[in-house]
Design a protein around this ligand. Sequence first.
Ligand SMILES: Nc1ncnc2c1ncn2[C@@H]1O[C@H](COP(=O)(O)OP(=O)(O)OP(=O)(O)O)[C@@H](O)[C@H]1O
Ligand SMILES: [Mg+2]
Length: 195
Amino acid sequence: MILSDIDFTIDAGGTSVAVVGPSGSGKTTLLSILGGLLVPSSGSVYVREGDRQLAVARQVSWVLQTANLLPRRSARDNAAMAALARGEPLGDVLNRANLVLEQVGLSSVADKPARFLSGGEAQRLSVARAVTSRTPFILADEPTGQLDDRRSDQVADVLFGVTRTFNCGLVLVTHDHALARRCDRVLTLSNGRLR
Ligand SMILES: Nc1ncnc2c1ncn2[C@@H]1O[C@H](COP(=O)(O)OP(=O)(O)OP(=O)(O)O)[C@@H](O)[C@H]1O
Ligand SMILES: [Mg+2]
């Protein structure tokens, strides 16, 4: 059993939750279950709006530990991709993508195919894609793991900024204690249990 006795609630409403814990403690597994990528062997995940229960997959954007970009498409297309897949108008999405690319310092590589980006650039692009989507929740797995301090602060500013501005819920897995402290709540995983 990787996780057990997990029970908590996250409000959209502009709040951020950090998930911390040693390597192998189950952070990515927890995030994958929250976002519906993994089905738990027992228990459930609900997204509720008032009395309505919503489909989890439509409500979350991902920043995964590996960037999962479309390698041949430009950085701009990658940033726009998730929002476009949700059926939003092209012009609106591209405007938003351009703004977000600027915020994460990627304007100069916006036309570059994603496969030519550095590891840190790819990571920032994956954050840009999630932020451009404007879903009610962002689930981010070590979104600053490959970044230097300055870039890390910049990416965190963008993530916390969008969370507050658009009243989303941010769940952020991180080994960076300074980043975890910026969150409203910190959940610590240890041997698959929350402390
Ligand atoms: N698909 C899987 N099948 C079997 N075991 C798995 C699977 N995925 C993860 N595990 C195991 O579950 C445990 C938790 O893995 P998880 O990836 O959630 O850890 P983590 O806290 O995210 O670690 P890290 O900080 O290294 O990313 C590990 O022992 C891992 O080997
Ligand atoms: Mg992990």
